[in-house]
Design a protein around this ligand. Structure first.
Ligand code: NAG
Length: 210
């Protein structure tokens, strides 16, 4: 009898002990991040606030080179999304603002225009361009990994929210990757076919060295 009950006991104790862990995996930001995200906070210390984020209520600072701000609610800012395959960000645009050509290596994106007029587009891996000027209420989807951009096309500030198919979509801005670091100018010129004057100028604007 005891022989039969023992496995049953283990099955039940496994089911009950793991039930919270299966519901969610709130990020433990004190532990390192792996390819699958952060490790889970102990369920006993998880609170409602882990599933609430107020950081998108406030406009980002648009006094910068791109006249725009991307405010993320990724797993690093919003631990509740860890492991759930989703996240969001807020985009604020001054007049003339632009989120320059960039990619999220880990996620597809859906943009919804809340205020203003935004021209947005992406380039497929066949180098076909999909581009449109969007108005309030329009949404547009950007397939995972493809280069895309958003431009404030109106004469007022613009506001949009984006959601991602990953809690950690990543953000790589093309111009910063090329000109905003210490990649040597001659390598950039060889790999982009730009001339020295163009490369030096962009390095100056974007804070690159080398
Ligand atoms: C916005 O950023 C600019 C440039 O970095 C800075 O001078 C300004 O104080 C910031 N404004 C706010 C409200 O943080």
């Amino acid at each position: 009898m005891a022989k039969m009950l023992l496995p049953i006991f283990f099955i039940f104790s496994f089911l009950f002990s793991s039930s919270n862990a299966l519901d969610f995996c709130v990020a433990d930001l004190t532990a390192p991040q792996g390819p699958a995200g952060y490790s889970c906070k102990k369920p006993e210390v998880v609170t409602t606030d882990d599933f609430v984020f107020s950081g998108l209520a406030t406009a980002g600072n648009i006094s910068n080179l791109i006249k725009a701000a991307v405010t993320p609610a990724f797993d690093a800012q919003f631990p509740g999304v860890n492991g759930l395959g989703i996240s969001m960000a807020r985009l604020d645009f001054a007049v003339g603002g632009v989120v320059p050509m960039h990619t999220h290596p880990g996620a597809s994106e859906i943009l919804v225009i809340i205020k203003g007029t935004i021209s947005a587009g992406f380039v497929s891996s066949a180098n076909k361009v999909y581009f449109k000027t969007l108005k309030t209420g329009d949404i547009m989807v950007f397939p995972k990994g493809l280069l895309h951009f958003q431009i404030n096309a109106g004469q007022t500030q613009a506001l949009a929210y984006v959601s991602f198919s990953s809690p950690s979509p990543g953000l790589q801005i093309l111009d910063f990757a090329l000109f905003g670091n210490d990649l040597p100018s001659d390598i950039i010129e060889e790999t982009t076919f730009l001339d020295d004057a163009q490369v030096k100028k962009l390095k100056g604007v974007l804070g690159g060295t080398g």
